[in-house]
Design a protein around this ligand. Structure first.
Ligand SMILES: [Mn+2]
Length: 302
């Protein structure tokens, strides 16, 4: 049996959608395969997508099964049941492990900088000339994955291939532009319903640069307005991690990042880093910045 797998801690919509799309593609080619995971899904997979008629298989991995791994290429993070001896394929977009796999003989190993693995899966359907047979629900899952992993095409890793794939998937799914807001609002609702957990799960504590506090949180929202009455609560949660903190609130609808901070010292450092000054109790950036991009800017600053 061919088993399609992903990571070992949690799966996001890119892994989820790509695994199901790959299984369905193999089915169209009359190759039997199972999409298998034993870990939770994160808040990028909202209830309406889980209600689609495509789900993971209830399958127990057996001796001799072969593995295709998607959206992860660091072997230490592979699903626990994956064995390297029987690994046949890796499709990923996280850099860093290309050299390791260069020494392995796999049927296929694609690790490339692109917005989403879902885009690569879309391209597989095109290559196999089976796009006309793609189910509408699979198209919607892949669309959600591209939206999430490219942050609505605003993340710097986004390629034209992601935009092209999305456009063609939109036609197959037969949905209009409200899909975007609907998807991100549903993810936002999941974040709000477990607000403290969401902040804790996405806060990094690490000394990176004199320009940044060691506690650095991030929330990716559709509309920053939705946390207006939660700001005090958010500050309290972050203060529990340390005296100096900041949080990057991405507001996708506006295409901007809001930086909240613990005190004047942190504020001053951020104003120097971004060459900006603010009269508000936050710093408003004019585009979306991801935490990893802010970290890189701080590291590059002499
Ligand atoms: Mn991904």
């Amino acid at each position: 049996m061919i088993v399609i797998a992903s990571g070992k801690r949690y799966l996001d919509i890119d892994a989820y959608a790509s695994m199901l799309a790959y299984r369905e593609l193999l089915k169209l080619k009359e190759i039997e395969a199972m999409a298998v995971s034993n870990v939770p899904l994160n808040e990028s997979v909202p209830p309406s997508l889980l209600a689609y008629p495509f789900k993971f298989d209830d399958y127990e991995v057996k001796e001799g099964d072969q593995f295709i791994v998607l959206d992860v290429s660091n072997k230490d993070f592979f699903a626990s049941f994956v064995t390297l001896d029987h690994l046949i394929e890796i499709i990923d977009h996280h850099p860093g492990n290309e050299d390791f796999w260069a020494d392995y003989t796999l049927n296929r190993c694609i690790i490339e900088p692109i917005g989403a693995v879902a885009t690569i899966l879309f391209e597989f359907y095109v290559k196999e000339n089976l796009l006309h047979k793609m189910d509408k629900s699979i198209a919607k899952l892949l669309m959600a994955a591209i939206l999430d992993n490219t942050l609505y095409f605003k993340a710097k890793i986004t390629k034209d291939r992601d935009r092209d794939a999305y456009k063609r998937l939109e036609e197959i799914a037969g949905v209009n532009s409200t899909f975007v807001e609907h998807y991100f609002m549903e993810c936002q609702d999941m974040i709000l319903s477990q607000f403290e957990e969401a902040i804790k799960n996405d806060t990094k504590i690490e000394n990176i640069s004199p320009y940044l506090p060691s506690v650095f949180g991030q929330l990716i929202l559709w509309d920053k307005e939705c946390i207006q009455d939660k700001i005090a609560c958010m500050k309290e949660i972050l203060s529990s991690f340390g005296e100096d903190w900041m949080i990057n609130i991405v507001s996708l609808k506006e295409g901007r990042s809001y930086l909240f901070y613990s005190n004047k010292q942190v504020k001053n450092n951020l104003e120097v880093l971004f060459a900006i000054s603010s009269l508000e109790d936050f710093i408003l950036l004019d585009t979306v910045w991801l935490r990893k991009e802010i970290m890189k800017k701080a590291l590059d600053k002499k």
